[in-house]
Design a protein around this ligand. Sequence first.
Ligand SMILES: N[C@@H](CCC(=O)N[C@@H](CS)C(=O)NCC(=O)O)C(=O)O
Length: 201
Amino acid sequence: MKLYHCPQTRAFTALWMMEETGEPYEIVRVDIRAPGHPTDAYKMINPMGKVAGFKDGGFGFGETAAILLYVADKFPEKKLAPRPTDGARGRFLQWLMFSATTLEPAMMEKRLGSTPNTVSAGWGDYDRAFGALEAALKPGPWLFGDQFTAADLYIASSLGFGMMFGMIDKRRAFVEFSERASARPAFKRAQEIEAKEAAKK
Ligand SMILES: N[C@@H](CCC(=O)N[C@@H](CS)C(=O)NCC(=O)O)C(=O)O
């Protein structure tokens, strides 16, 4: 498995996921800040030219949610996703996609200071999106009780990023969830790898 990565980007989420599996993988550097990025060669991996990208034999692909789901399904014994026959699968997919479909545009709304029509905007609006998430996180410790999944990982990563850059308000449920997730050994390993990758620049 190859993870196309650039330090200090959203590719950290996929890096953390790889560390949760404990399986071997190779990090391939994509310098998104270099002139000439994205190269035609990299667009063969991710047509958007963005990181993260991923390759495991067949076609390369991008999008964090797709990478997380692919990896979770490849290693079912790691229990990072309910199986397709599990009744929790649909709800899991909903939360797995929630960062890309809802939290990211809601964060951007806050940053740009725009106020969308909540009925017509796909993400509703900031208050609605983060209100729904806050309610879902409250029972805890994870979205599916004691079972940590790739959906928790992606949500925690988005919360950490958004709170760090002031695009998400630091509600208690978000801070506690984020702290719980970043106490995981795999998160700490990913942070160490991230720091080493950043030092190579
Ligand atoms: N929806 C994408 C977003 C990825 C993304 O925006 N990555 C940024 C870095 S944080 C990037 O690669 N930017 C470089 C570019 O746009 O060329 C995902 O979650 O995978």
